[in-house]
Design a protein around this ligand. Structure first.
Ligand code: AHG
Ligand code: MN
Ligand code: MN
Ligand code: MN
Length: 330
């Protein structure tokens, strides 16, 4: 019989002295994502598809579900009693806990809905989260309180809304996978410890941007595309779901490398993906599964953040592939 999420979290408290408020927060996030999962599954029937007509701080047009998922996550976190504040892709600044709610020792950052362009076409999307210590921050939490490197994360994970709804997370004791049973409403552990093979046969990158990449990325991808007669001496397969959550999920389950490099079109942007609520949690999940994650120059988890919505180039997955493309940059 597969382990329930409750039982797994209880084991962490007993065997790894994890704070019960942290395990309770993880459980609470899992419950919250069940609510988002239900809305996603209803689609047009619940009127949640399409654009909201507004823009977020990064200048992206928000989908209705970006806002719905953000509201659900914000309310769930700030009313939980376990957090001092939250930060999200969809909000300009950090959100404090309302006066009438308890505060707790954690900060939660999230991408409420990753893969927005997939919403209306019924393709996999997800919710990504990262938990940091609040330190001295309490009622008056500020943006700066969140600017801690990925190494400070106490938990990281995501829920993917695909053919199955699955929860993948780490508290530093390996990356584990739970599947939502729609019959009982429980998450059951279906993979105890995910492991990414050091070599890869599959890569993911948006090749339509190839002409805008920097030389090291051009070189690496050209070599992969050359296949068995090229310098790598083997054929590679390519995938692109256009949702980081789905690419990382595939890599955690069957290996490969994912890249979203810097683009020469806008030199002021170091990448497309966001460090705090996309790259950091995904990088820790990948490292905990034996993989690697860099921005081409340094380990993503070692980057000292300077802004809540800071962007970063991302190369993550199979250790040897990430090391190779990183060596081309250095
Ligand atoms: P979000 O939907 O949260 O804004 O993130 C979308 C990101 C990421 O999930 C994905 O890897 C990438 O954008 C897709 O980019 P392309 O549009 O270039 O395919
Ligand atoms: Mn977005
Ligand atoms: Mn995203
Ligand atoms: Mn998003």
């Amino acid at each position: 019989m597969a382990k329930t999420l409750d039982l797994y979290l209880h084991d962490l408290e007993v065997h790894h002295q994890v704070d019960p408020r942290l395990t309770a927060l993880i459980n609470h996030l899992a419950c919250t994502c069940k609510e988002i999962s239900f809305k996603v599954s209803q689609g047009a029937l619940a009127g949640v598809l399409g654009s909201a007509g507004s823009e977020n701080v990064q200048g992206e047009t928000q989908k209705k579900l970006d806002i719905i998922a953000n509201d659900i996550m914000c309310r769930a976190c700030t009313e939980s009693g376990f957090v001092s504040g939250v930060a999200s892709e969809e909000m300009d600044h950090a959100l404090q806990v309302p006066e009438d709610c308890e505060v707790g020792p954690y900060l939660v950052l999230f991408d409420p809905l990753d893969g927005s362009s997939n919403i209306d076409i019924n393709v996999s999307i997800g919710t990504i989260f990262s938990i940091l210590p609040a330190g001295e921050a309490r009622r008056q939490v500020k943006d700066e309180d969140f600017l801690q490197s990925g190494r400070h994360q106490l938990a990281a994970g995501y829920v993917i809304y695909g053919p199955q709804t699955q929860l993948v997370f780490t508290l530093g004791f390996g990356t584990t996978l739970f599947t939502l049973d729609l019959g009982t409403g429980n998450f059951y552990q279906t993979v105890e410890k995910l492991e990414i093979a050091p070599q890869a046969k599959e890569f993911a990158i948006n090749c339509s941007n190839m002409r805008h990449w920097e030389a090291p990325v051009q070189r690496y991808i050209t070599e992969l595309l050359a296949g068995s007669t090229g310098p790598r001496g083997k054929d590679y397969n390519m995938r692109w779901v256009a949702a980081m959550v789905a690419e990382v999920h595939r890599i955690l389950n069957r290996g490969g490398i994912f890249m979203y490099p810097k683009d020469n079109r806008d030199p002021s942007k170091p990448g497309k993906l966001r460090l705090m609520y996309e790259a950091n949690p995904m990088s820790w999940l990948v490292e905990q599964a034996g993989g690697r994650a860099t921005n081409g120059k340094q380990n993503i988890l070692d980057i000292q953040p300077e802004g809540l919505h800071q962007r970063v180039a991302v190369f993550l997955g199979a250790k040897e592939e990430v090391e190779l493309v990183t060596s081309y940059h250095n």
